[in-house]
Structure formats: structure tokens, C-alpha cells
Design a binder for this molecule. Structure first.
Ligand SMILES: Nc1ncnc2c1ncn2[C@@H]1O[C@H](COP(=O)(O)OP(=O)(O)O)[C@@H](O)[C@H]1O
Ligand SMILES: [Mg+2]
Length: 292
């Protein structure tokens, strides 16, 4: 039986697709300050550098940091028409942030239905046009915003960012559980600030503990996609609006982000292979046909 037109998304109806967007990768974390936005930004650019048309949606409405990190501070998106915003392109990435609409010190105090409505509008009224992949920087934690967001759009898979401390392990488990409950496949975990590599003596220092993330991933049955070291260049680069993969394209972090992009594409392709018909080949699943 054909589905009735305009039926609401629900367990039996697929979620409405975002027009023009092939895949959505949600970047989440159990708590703030672990480097979720840093990973989202650099992953989006690394995906673009690997040949994909990539976009970035800053959905961290409580602490939108993408405008600063992408060098788009104070910018406002142009309107295509009354109800459609054009994302701002930077470093090849089509970018939208609630931060473009708010002042840097404005606090968002929306709750409940109002929040859901604002988010929905914010997501649906953007002219993404033609993207292979949209990376979403989710707010930290496992609350209402994350849940409504994951209900609003069909997420291909989630990347969960954590740091190696015990407290983060408890949070990363909660985040993984949230995605499982909302039936969003987990592509894997990124361990950020995993260790500090001392260039002077060549030693690695495990400032926040060693091996815990790997063990937690094993227990949860999710892959550990990448381990990013603490790097003194990352913070200053972000603050001046140049993500590290742009500021230091041949450096160690950039290499790791390239590998992370590959791992994300490969994990998403595996999911797609399972879901799509047997004819869908590896290359054709992730990357859309060339435009025009
Ligand atoms: N691997 C890293 N090495 C050094 N500093 C980092 C690293 N990852 C993130 N940071 C810094 O840590 C701070 C928090 O990162 P951010 O991405 O804003 O976290 P979140 O989005 O989870 O709150 C920022 O100042 C960022 O530049
Ligand atoms: Mg953030």
C-alpha cells in the first residue's frame, strides 16, 4: 500500500530526506569540551579534501563555535528567497550555524516544542543544493535537542567524540546508548586528546590515561576510528578561524583526519551496502554522480 502523502515521519515511515543531501554524519559527545566541534570541522574539511561535496551544520545551539572555528565570525547567510537560507562556503565547505543568527554572547533559552520548531526550521530552510555528506555538530550530551534532531533528519551514522578520562567513559557510553535507542548506526568513536607527543624527547605522554577508550569500545562493540593527540597548534588555529587541516595540511593531525575521513566513508559504505541493493557499488554509494 502506498504511504499517504504528507504523512508524518514515524517508526513505520522513513524520515523526510534533506533535499540535496545524500548522507548525514552526526558528531556527538557525552559532554562538552572534548573536542566535538574541532573534530566536526576538521572531519568535514578532510571529507571534502577526499573529493566529496561536504557541508557543515552547527546544531550546537547552546554553544555554536563553528563561526569562529571556520573563520566566519560576524558573517550572515544570504537569503535565496523569503524562506531559504544559503549556507556560507568556506574552505570548500557549505556551512550553517545558529551562531550566524545569534550574537556571540546571546544565550539560547528555548525549550521543548519551541526548540524543536526552531531546529526544524533551521535545518529544513537551508539550500544545501547538492552534497555528498553533511556533518552535523550536535550539542553535547544526550538531551532533548539531540533526540529531536535525530528524529528530524535521516542520519547515516554517528561519530562519538571522547577524551580518555574515566568520567568521559561514562558519558561516551550514554551517548552510544542514545544513538542505539534512536536507531542511528554508530560509525565509531574518536578518542581526542589521547596523549601528548613531546617533540623534544620523542616520548608519548598519556596525560588523561591510556587504553580506556579502546577497552570501552571493545565492550560496547563499536570501532575506535581514530586517536587524536593533544596538539598545541590545534587551539590557536581554531581561534584564528583556520582549522588545523587547513593551517598545517601536511602535519600529523591532518594525516590523522584524512585517515578518519577514510574510516568514516568506509564504515558508512558498509552500512549502505547492507541497506541498499546488491548492485550498489562501493564508489556509488557514498559519492553522488557529478552535477551537470
Ligand atoms: N587534539 C587537540 N589538541 C589540543 N587542543 C584541542 C584538541 N581538540 C580540541 N582542542 C581544543 O579544546 C577546546 C575544546 O574543543 P571543542 O572542539 O570546542 O570542544 P566541544 O565542541 O566538545 O565543546 C578548544 O579550545 C579546542 O581548540
Ligand atoms: Mg562545540
Amino acid at each position: 500500500m502506498p504511504a499517504p502523502p504528507h504523512s508524518a515521519p514515524g517508526p513505520t515511515n522513513p524520515k523526510p530526506r534533506l533535499p540535496g543531501v545524500r548522507h548525514i554524519i552526526a558528531v556527538g559527545s557525552g559532554k562538552g569540551g572534548v573536542g566535538k566541534s574541532t573534530v566536526a570541522v576538521n572531519l568535514a574539511i578532510a571529507l571534502h579534501q577526499s573529493g566529496l561535496r561536504a557541508g557543515l551544520l552547527d546544531a550546537d545551539i547552546y554553544g555554536p563555535s563553528i563561526p569562529i572555528m571556520m573563520g566566519l565570525r560576524g558573517k550572515r547567510p544570504e537569503l535565496r528567497d523569503e524562506s531559504t537560507m544559503l549556507p556560507i562556503e568556506q574552505y570548500g565547505i557549505k556551512t550553517i550555524s545558529m551562531g550566524f543568527m545569534l550574537g556571540e554572547t546571546d544565550a539560547v533559552v528555548w525549550r521543548g516544542p519551541m526548540l524543536g520548531k526552531a531546529l526544524q526550521q533551521f535545518i529544513e530552510d537551508v539550500a544545501w543544493d547538492d552534497l555528498d555528506v553533511l556533518v552535523i555538530d550536535l550539542p553535547p550530551g544526550t538531551g532533548d535537542v539531540q533526540l529531536s534532531l535525530t528524529q528530524l533528519v535521516p542520519v547515516t551514522g554517528a561519530v562519538v567524540v571522547t577524551t580518555p578520562q574515566d568520567v568521559s567513559m561514562a558519558d561516551v557510553r550514554r551517548a552510544v546508548r542514545m544513538f542505539e535507542m534512536t536507531r542511528i548506526p554508530i560509525l565509531g568513536v574518536v578518542e581526542n586528546m589521547a596523549y601528548f607527543h613531546c617533540a623534544d624527547n620523542g616520548k608519548d605522554y598519556y596525560v588523561f590515561g591510556k587504553g580506556r577508550t579502546e577497552e570501552a569500545c571493545r565492550q560496547m562493540g563499536v570501532p575506535l576510528l581514530a586517536r587524536m593527540p593533544l596538539d598545541e597548534a590545534v587551539g590557536p588555529a581554531a581561534d584564528r578561524g583556520e582549522p588545523i587541516v587547513i593551517a598545517d595540511p601536511d602535519g600529523d593531525q591532518s594525516r590523522r583526519y584524512k585517515d578518519l575521513a577514510k574510516a568514516v566513508i568506509s564504515a558508512a559504505t558498509d552500512l549502505g551496502r547492507a541497506a541498499e541493493s546488491a548492485q550498489a557499488g562501493l564508489g556509488t554509494f557514498f559519492k553522488g554522480p557529478a552535477k551537470g
